[in-house]
Design a protein around this ligand. Structure first.
Ligand SMILES: NC(=O)c1ccc[n+]([C@@H]2O[C@H](COP(=O)([O-])OP(=O)(O)OC[C@H]3O[C@@H](n4cnc5c(N)ncnc54)[C@H](OP(=O)(O)O)[C@@H]3O)[C@@H](O)[C@H]2O)c1
Length: 268
């Protein structure tokens, strides 16, 4: 059945590849990007695939809390239905990682923006919906001080902490929503896939992006993920695995979510 699927970071890499795959399967797509030119190019290349589904575009800089909140409002105002949210947009290496809100952009884009979108769009998604949060094999214990912007981290540390953080958020939301809300699934799409993120950070070509697109597409629509809420799919091993042990600790997960809520109170 054709679904309406919002993909963040659909202008490049795994997100763009996933959008193409889902388009070829006949789904309607809401493509998100931060750059008008890249967004138009992505829309055109995806539309050229053909198919019955609608394509709409949304622009928002996910490093800005205010912009993410406006983006969520636009979706709620414009879209009568949403079946799947794929929180794919992400950043790793950056020259200046401090955002306009004074946060590390890795936490802002990889953790806080997905959290805001998940919360704001939960009602629209409804109990039959899915939220796919793109995680990573890189996961490190989260410094709540760094999350609040009070501690500077290396690129790799900030990235790994932000990815464990979104995995912890996923588990927390899944536990909280239960059967009353959308399924919340964390997915490592596969390591060292050949996107610009990997080329820039590691100077290598990387593996085929279709490895990541295939698993995000399955997590978004396949019945094999019907009972996956709260779980972590590791595409390096091709199976559900336990993420970093911190994500199995409800007290740590709740403390992390509470800290994000405090940041949102403070910055808005
Ligand atoms: N590649 C891998 O091996 C790998 C492994 C594990 C996890 N992941 C995760 O997979 C996801 C996709 O990454 P990728 O490898 O495909 O990297 P990518 O090619 O760099 O794509 C990242 C996407 O996020 C968007 N984005 C970045 N910062 C943004 C911001 N401030 N506001 C709005 N959009 C923003 C980018 O927009 P622009 O097009 O404008 O730059 C792009 O569309 C990320 O969450 C990443 O952490 C990747």
């Amino acid at each position: 059945m054709s679904k309406t699927i919002l993909i963040t970071g659909a202008t490049d890499g795994i997100g763009l590849e996933t959008a193409k795959l889902l388009r070829s399967e006949g789904h309607s797509l809401l493509l998100h990007g931060r750059n008008d030119g890249k967004l138009a190019a992505a829309r055109d290349s995806i539309a050229a695939i053909g198919g019955p589904g609608r394509i709409r575009t949304y622009r928002a800089d996910l490093s800005s809390i205010g912009a993410v909140q406006r983006f969520a409002r636009e979706i709620k105002e414009n879209e009568p239905a949403l079946d799947v949210l794929i929180n794919n947009a992400g950043v790793l290496a950056m020259e200046d990682p401090v955002t306009s809100d004074g946060l590390d952009a890795r936490f802002a884009v990889n953790t806080i923006a997905p959290y805001i979108l998940a919360r704001e769009l939960t009602e629209l998604l409804g109990a039959s919906g899915r939220i796919v949060n793109v995680s990573s094999a890189a996961q490190a214990p989260v410094s709540l001080e760094a999350l609040k912007g009070g501690q500077r981290l290396s690129d790799n540390d900030a990235y790994a902490q932000s990815k464990l953080a979104i995995t912890m958020v996923s588990r927390h939301l899944a536990d909280e929503l239960g059967n009353a809300g959308p399924a919340v699934i964390a997915v490592n799409p596969g390591s060292l896939l050949g996107s610009k993120m990997v080329k820039q950070a590691y100077g290598m070509q990387g593996k085929d992006l279709s490895i990541g697109a295939d698993i995000l597409g399955r997590a978004a629509t396949s019945p094999e993920f019907n009972d996956a809420s709260g779980r972590y799919f590791d595409n390096d091993s091709g199976q559900f695995r336990n993420p970093h042990s911190d994500a199995s600790d409800p007290v740590k997960n709740a403390a992390l979510v509470q800290t994000i809520e405090e940041i949102l109170q403070d910055k808005t």
